[in-house]
Design a protein. Structure first.
Length: 101
């Protein structure tokens, strides 16, 4: 491939290797519902998702498996997750670490 196309080749490889994930908690009439999602940051498409009544390990691993199945296991894939502490619209969780003054 000519030098002028080397950046394009790198760009094509890089766009398949970035994912972000998150878990949300939704309150329903029947109780809490948890949704986990994996987003392809290049296409902005959801490439994996899972919904469950409890926040289990499968809630998180199932969407990762779906993402791998739909996009393939690209070398050097980066998956970002904030790994934060759940909060609510009323403020941070009582289990959240205290912030320094």
């Amino acid at each position: 491939m000519p030098a002028r196309h080397a950046g394009l080749r790198h760009h094509r490889r890089a766009h398949r290797a970035r994912r972000c994930s998150d878990i949300t908690e939704h309150h329903t009439r029947e109780g809490k519902l948890y949704c986990a999602v994996v987003l392809d940051t290049y296409s902005r498409r959801v490439v994996g998702w899972s919904i469950d009544a409890s926040p289990t390990a499968a809630l998180v691993t199932n969407p990762l498996g779906m993402a791998i199945d739909s996009r393939g296991p690209a070398d050097g894939t980066i998956i970002h997750s904030d790994q934060g502490v759940p909060s609510s619209p009323l403020g941070p969780s009582p289990h959240a670490p205290a912030t320094p003054d």
